[in-house]
Design a protein around this ligand. Structure first.
Ligand SMILES: [Mn+2]
Length: 259
């Protein structure tokens, strides 16, 4: 006899394949929040005594808006030399803007409208007094290029678009529904919002992303959104994944806005 009421196999939960993984949302110059969070992550990784070296994925948007973009990148460069974690850094749309300003000085006005001013200031570069003067922008772009160390330039130019681990894919903004993970366009990975956020999924992998802030991290079946708007809220969020387990880690400022 056929068993018409055969139980369906239990829904498999997404897994990292056993590896311990941390993914950190949009930092936006908040070194004051990133320092404590990375310290907690490093301590947690040590205490967890994992069989395999844990993975730290930074989800992009390190620069702009907050006060210490340069300091954030210095700390990320330091993390790469920390042997107990494998640190991978994704590109966000704000790093794309920074790189574009180096090639296209007049893009500076748009960049400033999106929080580029504090980034320039963190590198000791003054934005032009006039927003429409091409020569002033050319000077500012050149000054910024000179202020960037080789190490910082290589950092920005070498950022990755996606990291995968087990059933998860880590990206800055999201993926375009209906397009295979391997075929995603850089523009979508860096910029997509509504079309991704309103899609039901599945997306081929469980997508771990930042880019669109929400008050609470969003841990849903097909995507984990961990941008809690650190710049404005003073809350920086990471998700800790180990096997099938998902947990949040956060650092909080006493006051929302950095001094
Ligand atoms: Mn973004």
């Amino acid at each position: 006899m056929f068993n018409l009421f055969r139980k369906k196999a239990p829904q498999a939960r997404p897994s990292t394949g056993g590896r311990l993984v941390y993914a950190v949302g949009d930092v936006h110059g908040r070194l004051d929040l990133l320092g404590p969070l990375l310290r907690d992550i490093a301590e947690d990784a040590l205490a967890s005594q994992p069989a395999e070296r844990p993975l730290l994925v930074m989800l992009g948007d390190y620069v702009d808006r907050g006060p210490d973009s340069k300091g954030v990148v210095d700390l990320l460069l330091q993390m790469r030399t920390y042997a107990r974690l494998e640190t991978r850094t994704l590109k966000g749309n704000h790093e794309e803007a920074l790189l574009r300003f180096l090639d296209d000085p007049m893009f500076g006005a748009t960049w400033l409208d999106n929080g580029g001013g504090p980034t320039l200031a963190s590198y000791g570069v003054q934005p032009p007094a006039s927003r429409t003067d091409p020569e002033a922008w050319a000077t500012a772009s050149r000054a910024f290029s000179e202020a960037l160390s080789d190490q910082h330039r290589a950092f920005y130019e070498g950022l990755e678009l996606m990291v995968t681990q087990g059933d998860y894919a880590f990206v800055h903004a999201g993926v375009r529904p209906g397009v295979a993970i391997e075929a995603q366009a850089e523009r979508d990975l860096l910029w997509i919002r509504q079309e991704f956020l309103e899609a039901a999924g599945p997306f081929g992998k469980v997508i771990v992303h930042g880019h669109t802030p929400s008050e609470e991290a969003q841990l849903t079946r097909h995507r984990l959104g961990v941008d809690t708007g650190a710049y404005a809220t003073g809350v920086l969020t990471a998700v800790r994944l180990e096997g099938e387990d998902q947990r949040l880690m956060q650092s909080r400022a006493r006051r929302p806005h950095a001094a």
